[in-house]
Write a protein that binds this ligand. Structure first.
Ligand SMILES: [Zn+2]
Length: 269
């Protein structure tokens, strides 16, 4: 069980310890923080505001983040970054996925590991064995590192399917495994926006009255428990860009500061 203790007095750090919002890191100790994270990309039409082969368009997520001066964290599927994916990405997602990832990196966002193939861990272990899953994670890291120059530090399992034995093995390879489990302190726990229910065929499950209210309700509930640090999980979906264009200013107005996951963890850890 991990314990988090918020310092009442800020520890001494050098003045060069700047976080990505340009503020001194000490000021964030115990402050209201949000790590905005996105799964399942990169999807060029959502990131860049282009149009898919089927004519689906989206406002640009990267432009929104720039306008709001927010740095986010993208949990990408490794296969999308491979050369073999270029044709499929152009047709289905309005551009070359790898180039969209390069753009994420260029604009100062963080890229983390959501595996290479996005296969369900239970199914993949049953079918191919544990080593195959570990290799799939490493494969994603190698291709991400070819863009960022840095090995990813965080792994979010597809659909959060994980169990202690496999988690230990993944952590032994140098990853922090993201989780919704109540076994970790609230601030370290993923907060699911359930935005994926609000797109495609699952509309009936989309939170009522809206996913915007759902996220704010979730945060309010956590605040009542004294938790003012949140890792929010979204997907690269046009609906989520629209939602965030309202949500980011609202949360900023409530005193929240948006940081990448690495910065977030360094500040709460
Ligand atoms: Zn996913």
């Amino acid at each position: 069980m991990l314990m988090i203790v918020f310092a009442t007095t800020a520890p001494t750090r050098t003045p060069s310890t700047l976080d990505n919002a340009g503020l001194h890191a000490d000021a964030a100790q115990g402050a209201k923080l949000i790590a905005l994270t996105f799964d399942d990309g990169p999807k060029p039409y959502v990131l860049m505001g282009t149009r898919t082969g089927k004519g689906v368009s989206s406002p640009s997520l990267l432009e929104l983040l720039d306008r709001q001066n927010v740095k986010a964290t993208f949990f990408v599927m490794g296969w999308r970054l491979s050369k073999n994916a270029d044709a499929k990405c152009r047709q289905d997602d309005g551009g070359v996925c790898r180039e969209a990832a390069e753009e994420e990196h260029r604009r100062g966002h963080e890229i983390e590991n959501h595996t290479f193939g996005h296969g369900d861990f239970r199914l993949m272990v049953k079918r191919y064995g544990e080593d195959w899953v570990l290799n799939d994670i490493d494969k994603a890291s190698t291709i991400i590192q070819s863009i960022t120059g840095v090995k990813p530090s965080y792994l979010r399992p597809p659909d959060w399917t994980i169990w202690p034995e496999l988690e230990k093995k993944i952590e032994a390879r140098g990853y922090h495994v993201m989780t919704r489990s109540r076994d970790v302190p609230s601030a370290m726990r993923d907060v699911d926006s359930e935005d994926y229910f609000c797109a495609g065929r699952s509309l009936a499950k989309c939170p009522k009255p809206s996913d915007y209210d759902y996220v704010l309700r979730n945060i309010a509930q956590r605040e009542r428990q004294g938790v003012e640090q949140h890792i929010l999980v979204f997907h690269e979906l046009p609906q989520s860009v629209e939602l965030l264009s309202r949500l980011i200013p609202e949360l900023k107005g409530r005193g929240y500061r948006f940081v990448t996951l690495r910065t977030y963890m360094s500040l709460i850890g």
